[in-house]
Design a protein around this ligand. Sequence first.
Ligand SMILES: Cc1cc2nc3c(=O)[nH]c(=O)nc-3n(C[C@H](O)[C@H](O)[C@H](O)COP(=O)(O)OP(=O)(O)OC[C@H]3O[C@@H](n4cnc5c(N)ncnc54)[C@H](O)[C@@H]3O)c2cc1C
Ligand code: SF4
Length: 364
Amino acid sequence: MGKVTGFLEFEREGAASRAVSERIRDWKEVPLPVDGALLRQQGARCMDCGIPFCHQGCPLGNIIPDWNDLVYRNHWRDAIDALHATNNFPEFTGRLCPAPCEASCVVAIGSEAVSIKLIEKTIIERAWEEGWVVPEPPASETGRSVAVVGSGPAGLACAQQLRRVGHRVTVLERADKVGGLLRYGIPEFKMEKRVLDRRLAQMEAEGIEFKTGVHVGVNLDAATLRAKYDALVLCGGACQARDLPIPGVNSRAYTLHWSTSRRQTGELRENRSPKPRPSAPRGRKSSSLVAETQAPTAWARRTVSIARACTSLRLSLVRPTHARPRIRGRNGTTSFVYPAPTKRAVSVSIRLARRSSSETTAAG
Ligand SMILES: Cc1cc2nc3c(=O)[nH]c(=O)nc-3n(C[C@H](O)[C@H](O)[C@H](O)COP(=O)(O)OP(=O)(O)OC[C@H]3O[C@@H](n4cnc5c(N)ncnc54)[C@H](O)[C@@H]3O)c2cc1C
Ligand code: SF4
């Protein structure tokens, strides 16, 4: 395990954020890299529980206590091997996952959870920097072929696993670029597209073929596919947004949804940062915004730039019932109020003083 008394000695610490004055000028990621020494302390907080509930919380079954311990002992190379053993893309999950492992962490009963997600992200980023993440082509070919329909994280993970055991894998994607919602859903400030492209380059080097502009069932029929490949895997995702069942959703609200993100991320295809634009007219006295999300903190960050144009803003979120409220205003200019998290529709009132740009942050 990490340090036996680590959870008693060290408090949970997270990554610092880039200054607001800097990050309102681009769409890039908000957290700053974390110092290795701090990370080791955070790893030391893990108790290596006899029954590690973080395992149950993690949908991937990540071997969390093992790599917490390896980070604490400064064995980063072994840590990435342990992490990759269950997770093809820790750089995606380390940025995007809502971290149910942390909600399950036993340390959280009496203190704050081990910083599992931060440790995960830092292990993989260090591995990329050190050159430890390299193409892993199969040792031999099976002679079998598989078509994977859809290039979101499900399709990509499936393709990588199948290729590594020696099948010839072709990923078919109807969009113009590979990545599914990783590219056309997740905004740049949560995960820069370079992170996705870096992994795709590895996969191509392993021998996976990507074909874009192929809409199976529309410009390529299933019979042709079945004739050409030994197996098909359908990873088409959910292409239809959920409705937002709260009163007033169609009134004077601004509704942010997938199409907005798609347009925004489309502008970032070449990893260029557009000039930030407010989504609400400047000088507007008050406004409301409706977002359907499982990640309210992310939307809160996104809406700070919108809210800056307003004297007040009402933000309505739909959240899963198990999620915990994690937003805290820090400098008095922003306040976030959450009713009981068991309610399906949660209203969050945000008051922002005009031009309160200097310190406004949202934790989580
Ligand atoms: C705005 C937004 C923010 C999100 N933020 C987070 C987050 O912070 N954390 C998190 O964990 N999750 C987040 N999610 C959810 C996450 O992106 C999805 O759960 C995940 O992408 C689903 O992966 P997938 O591979 O199943 O499907 P998708 O990513 O949807 O990929 C499916 C792909 O299949 C393609 N396809 C579909 N049909 C066909 C066809 N007939 N022929 C060819 N191609 C086809 C689609 O074009 C698409 O590229 C977010 C989603 C959105 C919309
Ligand atoms: S539940 Fe928390 S303390 Fe226990 S092993 Fe998992 S990360 Fe470590």
